[in-house]
Design a binder for this molecule. Structure first.
Ligand code: CA
Length: 237
């Protein structure tokens, strides 16, 4: 990994929890920014420019979901990990729909949070030096510029969607197991559930497939995972 210190913005209104997270992440070597409201977090985006945001869902004023939505709009390359409480399953799924990369349920082990951030940064465009282009039909993934194009138009992807698409395009025609995908994209020893993966896949299909309910590229392999179907594009009149 690069020697540049990655920046993590911790957004949490409950001071003891925020302190606990920031102490652990500082000890792991990250530069930390802190915000106790959604408003402050949004105000800090442009100046602090975090690579990762640890975002509590329940905040006074602007809530975590709205912060997540705005982060996706303003800084699509930033990783977002949501913090949820037990029983907030609907919000958890909604957060993933809004583009959060991952979530953790409180109370959580700080070692696991650190491990997940480390895994995310491994696939951050700022901390790697891959500079090739992957292509399939009219889809083009530019790893140097960190951009995705469909039929010459750029489509914005979240970092997780980008990593998934890269994995697919590097393994065209091969069935990929759900667990294998979780390991590659979220890092080894990932304890999350495969539902998270399925939400990201659905969003990716919505972005790149002509008809997401009858996907041409990302095929479901029942009971196992997914497979990228290469070169199916018929010539159009
Ligand atoms: Ca809270």
């Amino acid at each position: 990994m690069n020697e540049i210190k990655a920046k993590v913005l911790v957004v949490e209104d409950e001071e003891p929890i925020r302190r606990f997270i920031t102490l652990n992440l500082s000890a792991a070597g990250y530069e930390i920014g802190e915000a106790d409201t959604g408003e402050k977090a949004l105000a800090m985006l442009g100046s602090f420019r975090p690579e990762v945001i640890v975002l509590d869902l329940m905040l006074p004023g602007i809530g975590g979901l709205e912060v997540c939505r705005q982060v996706r709009e303003k800084m699509p390359e930033t990783f977002v990990i949501m913090l949820t409480a037990k029983g907030q399953d609907t919000d958890k799924i909604l957060g993933l729909e809004l583009g959060a990369d991952d979530y953790m349920v409180k109370p959580f082990n700080p070692i696991e949070l650190t491990a997940r951030i480390k895994a995310m940064l491994r696939r951050s465009p700022h901390f790697k030096t891959e500079n090739y282009i992957l292509a399939c039909d009219d889809l083009l993934l530019d790893l140097a510029a960190n951009k995705f194009f469909k039929n010459h138009s750029e489509i914005e992807l979240t970092p997780t969607e980008f990593a998934l698409l890269k994995m697919f395009m590097e393994n065209q025609g091969k069935a990929l197991e759900r667990n294998e995908m979780l390991n590659v994209v979220w890092g080894e020893n990932y304890y999350g559930d495969t539902k998270t993966l399925d939400v990201h896949i659905r969003r990716l299909r919505e972005k790149l497939e002509d008809n997401p309910s009858e996907p041409e590229y990302i095929k479901t392999v029942w009971g196992r995972g997914y497979r990228w179907q290469a070169g199916t594009r018929r010539s159009k009149p």
